[in-house]
Design a protein around this ligand. Sequence first.
Ligand code: PMP
Length: 359
Amino acid sequence: DYIQAIQAYKPGKPIEELEREYGISGSVKLASNENPLGPSPLAVDAMHVAMDKLHRYPDGRGYALVEKIARKLGVAPGNVVLGNGSDEIIGMLTRALMQPGDEAVMTAPSFLMYEIMVRSAGALPVFVPLKSLFVDLDQMAAQITEKTRMIFLNNPVNPTGTIITRSEFEKFLGKVPDQAVVVIDEAYIEFAADPDCADGLAYCTGQRPVVVLRTFSKAYGLAGIRIGYGVMPEELAGWLHRVRQPFNANALAQAGACAALDDDAFMEKTVRLVRGELEFMYAALEHMGVNYFPSEANFFLIDVKCDADAFFEAMLRQGVIVRSMVSYGYPEYIRISAGTREENQRFLDAFEKVINQMQ
Ligand code: PMP
């Protein structure tokens, strides 16, 4: 029964499929918060080398990658669990720690996999609406009951780009009972510039059941190889290992991620580009008199003041793929990921045409 209540995750369609559907070509995709620079070149080289060993099973515990992550973050290897994308860690958490009748508190909107995985475990999501695009931690705390086993936070928040501050997070943690695991999903943390942004890592290796999720899919440009990780107290990691598939992090992903962690130049270039390009787009939109919401991530929301699905279609006909926020509960907002200057200029040119048509 509870599987019937799940709506399958619908990712944005691949470029090729959209182009075929709309009879266009050479379009620009700014819809999935991917790295506009592509993958880290060091990662690509390392994966080429690793291909010679593809007849072998990967290291099931991902020893080299786990060690490297632990050293970089200043935690113990026992605190780190690898996943086939951070998506898989969400599934391991709910499978290992939740059972039918339990509840998980999360924001609305929030990353769809939280709800899907919670329901897959037969448990129930409890939604707390964002308040003016920000996480309403007081309301989230108010929704905690004796049934609450998990709380999902996302920092910076997808799709709004807002952050949870250190002091807000600290105050919130003080209200969470020990039976509830706090999962703080930091998929976009590398882009956040605000010094007040909460630092989940400071909390996830102590006594409290706090888990930080990180991914190589965004700032590291490795979405296609599916690798992410969770950082958590060793006892919690032990529970995840019980339900983990033995070779969940594949050999190419381990090799690529290891090399990407060393590629500081690529990370710096990515973050500099994204922050600069967001400013470039904000300035252009301001000039057009368009309402947008500044973000701490690599994407931001724009208020198009008309049906966002129709706006998405009109943009697509101009060869630019954006994300409509209708299904996220924002019927007149679109979300744009920062691209290269050329891609962003194409977006702005198309946007100006479409907004003039639609309004
Ligand atoms: N969390 C958030 C908030 C995301 O936006 C995404 C990707 N869309 C993920 C997690 C999943 O990332 P991964 O590719 O590591 O599974």
